[in-house]
Unconditional design. Structure first.
Length: 326
């Protein structure tokens, strides 16, 4: 008893206003002390720290038998992080049951609100926000605690709509500026080899007289190729999109508790080779690397305009599902 008290005093004295102290106090069964530390945490915390603080507040309140207060703390956790589920190793069966009950009650309304926000973004042509929102909706619908509600109207009907709007949003997203760097993943470029055709062909030089603005001095036959060097996408209605010859993704290394949706953006050159690839929405860092390596080897029948091959920017949606689910 004395040892435990000394331990509690040491932790509280050393880190009285920290989340770490609250965790340590909870682990030592000093629930009231942990609640006091949590109450003194600064308000300008990150979303992750706020979620963790409410989680441990709920743990302490449940351990003290203050069920009503604990439920409100769990509601705050679910509202701020709907996909969060405490690890079984962190909580008792009683605490797990409390979290499951609250999540089953709250998730259906949260999913509907997320869908409404994503649809609003889609209607405003904010396609990147819409794609992210619909992906979050689909992920939450696959959560075990939402499974029963997701199998019945209105969520069952909403799932079909969310899938369709997600794909439309992904395909409608404009390409990022060519000069912009993507800090999430380096651009993966196919190495040059003796067997691979050249990635691009240089545009014909513009005559000096024309460059100076004297169009009459340029011969009539010297009309430049308007598609040379230009990159097309799904937004260009006059382009026949590329046709996938090989577009295989690697297996996910391990298993995931809930589906994850990512996006790979590729640039297909006039020969049907992937000239570059980048991650737009990450699955996991490890799988992103595997997917980019695979994307280097993808092959296509190139996109065309009036039969002429052109460069084409394409976004591929990547969905990783739990093992055994279709």
């Amino acid at each position: 008893m004395l040892t435990s008290l000394v331990f509690v005093m040491m932790v509280a004295g050393a880190e009285q206003d920290s989340l770490t102290a609250a965790r340590e106090l909870y682990a030592s069964a000093a629930y009231e002390d942990a609640l006091n530390v949590l109450a003194k945490l600064p308000e300008n915390r990150s979303a992750e720290e706020t979620r963790a603080a409410e989680q441990y507040r709920a743990f302490c309140l449940l351990a003290l038998g203050r069920t009503g207060e604990a439920e409100r703390a769990i509601e705050a956790v679910v509202q701020s992080a709907p996909t969060f589920r405490p690890s079984d190793s962190d909580i008792s069966p009683r605490m797990k049951a409390a979290f499951v009950d609250v999540r089953r009650r709250m998730l259906p309304s949260i999913i509907q609100a997320k869908y409404t926000n994503a649809k609003t973004a889609f209607d405003r042509r904010q396609f990147e926000a819409a794609a992210s929102g619909f992906a979050e909706v689909l992920t939450m619908m696959s959560d075990p605690d939402a499974a029963q509600a997701a199998a019945q109207p209105p969520l069952s009907d909403m799932r079909t709509l969310a899938v369709g709007f997600h794909d439309l949003s992904v395909n409608a997203m404009p390409p990022p500026p060519l000069a912009a760097a993507d800090v999430r993943a380096p651009v993966a470029t196919i190495p040059k080899s003796s067997t691979a055709p050249a990635a691009t062909s240089a545009a014909p030089p513009v005559p000096a007289a024309r460059a100076a603005g004297n169009s009459a001095a340029a011969p009539a036959a010297a009309v430049p190729n308007v598609t040379a060097g230009k990159i097309f996408s799904i937004l260009d209605s006059n382009v026949v999109p590329p046709f996938a010859i090989r577009q295989d993704l690697p297996k996910y290394p391990g298993d995931v508790p809930i589906p994850k949706v990512g996006q790979i953006e590729i640039l297909i050159n006039e020969a049907g080779y992937v000239e570059s690839a980048m991650i737009r929405v990450s699955v996991t860092a490890k799988y992103d690397e595997l997917a980019l390596n695979a994307a280097r080897e993808w092959r296509y029948k190139p996109a065309t305009i009036n039969g002429m091959p052109v460069k084409y920017r394409k976004v591929i949606s990547v969905t990783v599902k739990p093992f055994g689910r279709s």
